[in-house]
Write a protein that binds this ligand. Sequence first.
Ligand SMILES: [Zn+2]
Length: 410
Amino acid sequence: MLIISRKTDIKQSNKLSILQWVRNSGETTQPEISKELGLSRPTVSALVEELILEGYIKVSGMGSSTDQGGKRPKLIAFHARGGGILALYFTVNTIKAALMDLSANLLHELRVSITPKDTTETMLAKVKDLAGALLLKAKELGIPVKGIGVGCPGLVETSTGTILTSTHLEVLNGCSLGESLSSAFHLPVWVDNECRNQVLAEKMFGEGQDVDTFVSLMTDVGIGAGIIIDNRIMRGKDDSFGEIGHTTIQMDGLKCRCGNDGCWEMYASSNSLMSRIHENLSRTLLLKDMVQTRDELTFELIGEAIRRGDDVVYQLAIEDLGKYLGIGIANLVNSINPELIIIHGEMIHLGERLITEIEKQIQQRALPVPKERVRVIFSKLGPKANLIGSCALVLKELFDNPELLFQVNL
Ligand SMILES: [Zn+2]
């Protein structure tokens, strides 16, 4: 355990306050920092100097002099490229990896396929190869990497970075990913459930920035939720909070991979919609020909068929899916009283009509007070939301722990 003297502690805390202020201000000056944070000018000057040397802030120009005249102060700004983060993320068939800067801007991206032949060992080797290649890229760009963040499906023991169980990627069960990466690269590593990383991404960079209590809902192979209540991310006793996809909405319903019957994700996930569309493809009006021409069935194509007036697809992908999604979301609205529900995943291609259908269900089923409050929207973070999430995980930990932020400089 790192022992920090009280003097260092106060200094680091002041330094972090200055960095946070600069990060949130766009551009500022040392006199402004001194006034806003109540720190003496010499203290601000010394700490700004250190932050410039460490690469976290930069001089971005010259400000205007005060009414009393005098020297024009230097403008200073956050230097996002003063550090890099390795962000990794697993889908059921791909490992995605990116080098990102301290504002989660993408600098370089790599990916590798997961095959049915993969074992835990080959998966670890693939992850290490990706991380190694990105570290080389960071070196080439002259960016010091501050940490590695990983987003995984399933239950993660966050204290050790071990993936305990992953229903949709069983090869990762028991994989001590965090320890393996930190011993290979001598960097701090954080591993967490992908949905929790996504909600952090929304809090730091997305639609949740000014919202205290909200849900980030992932609809993909399964359904999971990242939940922030009163600005605190919810984890539960065993990091299992938010496994909302496995709540029962149909007694004696379809068998789920978790072993239960009638789980919500068997009816409202992207995968479940794809299965229903496949089963009913022959009776669709336009989609069957579109699929034949393009030789694939995608959410973009389903969205296009809806826009062009395929009523069968509309029934399946808007009315039926909206009902299933809306029922589960109404349960969430009743149980946690969120201000906002942000939907992630391919369903964004189905358009606002899906949101309208979900809202109908909320109006029908949720209680008067919470349903009045809640808004439902699609995420605006785009296809990189999960990588931004893995990056956000590291940024949160670094900015919560100044001893890590100011000492890791590899
Ligand atoms: Zn289940």
